[in-house]
Design a protein around this ligand. Structure first.
Ligand SMILES: *Cc1c(COP(=O)(O)O)cnc(C)c1O
Length: 395
């Protein structure tokens, strides 16, 4: 019998004992009460105002700005369109932008849709964010901006990135899709850079089903963004430029208003789960956890673990498949790297030699289930199963 068949038999024996009765996904939205949503829908029915800046839209915009402690915010139908419009607002529609390959496809795709070439720079092995020390070598005469991502809600080195941008006269844009509610040195993480994008997709910590926002820094920028997301319309008889439809509707805004009331509880419940995972996973050989940043109020949006296959005795991919048998669905955020997609693989910056840290992260990281309604006993069970998988390799 080969080692791998023996391993599979051992896993199957464990599965019969430890399989969860119901599938646990990597995330699950916490839904507001249907009655409360129904009450808000009644108001929409009475007003017959479904989209284009309704009262709930205005209310959510101001409540969110208040909650996040930022001054200028513009709501969107989703995060990807928001980021697309951010580049338009800064007039970044040609040349190159330096970005990370370790992200969701939306990040490089919005560059492509703006006729901008993504230039991938490597990441920091501790934070998995763009490594400031790897940025400057990629700056050339066509470079327009740095588009960084606060991966898993961990702050980028915002001071170092801003210093590089200032030295070279570049814009800084943050994909803050994971960073809702995160504070860095007492300030909203989404408030750094020229513009930051938040995503309110159903899989995110705070959701409006589909949705997103741009965090802006002055009223002129906000006016420009508001017209760009509404076809470039400034008033009934003026179209100032080629805009698009990026508006959030009243149904999304209603959902968001109810979500916002519960978001602090959601973060608190996630904090408990993350604490339990830390306690139970930190001693397992070959399992590495993110090191919390001392200046950060975290949001616990994700719980990534890195699997060192030599020490763990099983590769990340083997663990991913094994956990599925236990009804534990994890996600390989982010595999493959964006630089490995066919549309970007031929770029000079996509070659392996340029991205060794990102390629290692893409091979090793697994995001395990975390969401407010995840039972602590189920979280304990998940950590236990991961430990048992490691122990198989030493038996
Ligand atoms: C979710 C996500 C997006 C896209 O947001 P949508 O609201 O789904 O369009 C962009 N970037 C990152 C890093 C994301 O995780």
């Amino acid at each position: 019998m080969t080692d791998s068949t023996k391993r599979e038999q051992e896993i199957d024996a464990l599965v019969s004992e430890f399989r969860l009765p119901e599938t646990v996904y990597v995330t699950q939205p916490s839904l507001p009460s249907l009655d409360a949503y129904g009450d808000l829908l009644k108001g929409i029915w009475e007003r017959k105002w479904l989209t284009n800046g309704g009262v709930l839209h205005a209310e959510l915009e101001s409540e969110l700005a208040n909650y996040l402690d930022i001054e200028h915010l513009s709501l969107f139908c989703n995060g990807a369109i928001a980021l697309l419009v951010a580049l338009q607002a800064l007039r970044i529609t040609s040349g190159e932008v330096i970005t990370t390959p370790f992200t969701f496809p939306a990040t490089p795709h919005v560059l492509h849709w703006n006729r901008v070439t993504p230039v991938f720079a490597d990441i920091d092995p501790k934070t998995f964010n763009l490594d400031p020390a790897k940025i400057e070598r990629h700056i050339g005469s066509d470079t327009k901006a740095i588009l960084a991502v606060h991966v898993y809600g961990t702050p980028c080195d915002v001071d170092a990135i801003q210093a590089i941008a200032d030295r070279h006269g570049l814009h800084v844009i943050y994909d803050a899709a994971h960073a809702f509610g995160v504070k860095y040195k007492g300030r909203a993480l989404a408030d750094f850079g020229d513009i930051s994008m938040l995503s309110f997709h159903a899989t995110k910590l705070f959701t409006t089903i589909e949705g997103g926002a741009l965090v802006l820094h002055n009223e002129a920028q906000r006016k420009r963004v508001n017209s760009l997301k509404n076809f470039g319309i400034a008033d009934e008889e003026t179209v100032i430029g080629p805009g698009i439809n990026g508006k959030m509707n009243e149904f999304q805004a209603a959902f968001g208003l109810l979500q916002l009331k519960d978001v602090d509880n959601e973060i608190e419940r996630r904090r408990q789960i993350a604490g339990l995972y830390r306690e139970l996973l930190s001693g397992i050989p070959g399992v590495k956890l993110l090191i919390p940043n001392a200046h950060t109020r975290e949001n616990f949006a994700y719980f990534p673990i890195a699997i060192d296959s030599d020490r763990f005795g099983m590769s990340r991919d083997a663990l991913y498949l094994a956990l599925k048998k236990f009804n534990i669905h994890t996600r390989k955020y982010f595999y493959p790297l964006c630089s490995q997609y066919p549309c970007y693989a031929a770029l000079p910056s996509s070659r392996s030699a340029n991205l060794p840290v990102a390629e290692k992260a893409a091979r090793e990281i697994l995001c395990i289930p975390i969401y407010g309604s995840l039972d602590l006993n189920v979280a304990r069970h998940i950590a236990n199963v991961i430990r048992k998988c490691q122990e198989l390799s030493v038996s």
